[in-house]
Design a protein around this ligand. Structure first.
Ligand code: SF4
Ligand code: SF4
Length: 217
């Protein structure tokens, strides 16, 4: 039986071009967000109801004094057992849906009946954002509409470096394991982040928390 779909995001290949971020906005018809210069290349500062894909930039110094600059193409992880859905199911099991064929987690218009403590606070990766006007929670849909038409998610389609790869979950899990064992030869801390719990699996070469404070559950 198929395990549904998964996505691999190999941060070791990411150049922070933000093609994925723009492709997400374009496909989903999401308006641009007004931002201010904050002394970083990351823009906008955070997710919002209109920003579902965000390339996070993180810089710092390792214990040995060596500087690092990491990129993290952030999005909903489409959890295998989604805490957001578990939190709302007791009140309305149709507010958050999980697509049977792919495993995509979909926040519907009915999420407007819930609060941030029901949905955002329970997300281990701090992903969903409530629209200030409609009160609906919004986030990545795995481009379920594109998948239905035989296409890849817009971010995977647009990535020029092979960082974002989409496919059958069993293939993605194998690909992740092979890539981690390759990277470990050079980077002993190389790892896949929460691979058994999520459908969007990140590969890192250093501690996940250095990339994004909400990198791991
Ligand atoms: S990452 Fe957060 S919003 Fe996405 S499925 Fe998991 S709990 Fe829900
Ligand atoms: S499109 Fe690919 S290389 Fe460019 S920022 Fe996104 S994940 Fe990184």
């Amino acid at each position: 039986m198929s395990q549904g779909k998964s996505m691999l995001i190999d941060t070791s290949k990411c150049t922070a071009c933000r093609g994925c971020q723009v492709a997400c906005k374009q496909w989903n018809n999401l308006p641009a967000t007004k931002t201010t210069q904050r002394g970083t290349y990351q823009n906008p500062e955070d997710f919002s109801a209109d920003t579902w894909k965000l390339v996070r930039f993180a810089e710092g110094r390792a214990e040995n004094g060596k500087p690092y600059w990491y990129f993290w193409s952030d999005m909903c992880r489409h959890c295998v057992n989604p805490p957001c859905k578990m939190s709302t199911d007791g009140v309305d099991p149709t507010a958050i849906l999980q697509d049977e064929a792919t495993g995509a987690v979909i926040h519907t218009e009915k999420t407007r009946a819930f609060t941030a403590s029901d949905i955002r606070a329970v997300c281990p990766y701090d992903v969903p954002r409530q629209d200030a006007k409609t009160k609906v929670f919004r986030k990545c849909t795995m481009c379920l509409d594109r998948l239905g038409a035989g296409k890849m998610p817009a971010c995977a389609q647009s990535c020029p470096t092979g960082t974002v790869v989409f496919g059958e979950r069993e293939d993605i899990l194998k690909l992740a394991a092979a890539r981690v064992s390759e990277l470990k030869k050079t980077y002993p801390k190389a790892q896949a982040v929460d691979p058994q719990d999520v459908r969007v699996i990140y590969i890192v070469t250093d501690d996940p928390a250095r990339y994004n404070k909400h990198a791991a559950a």
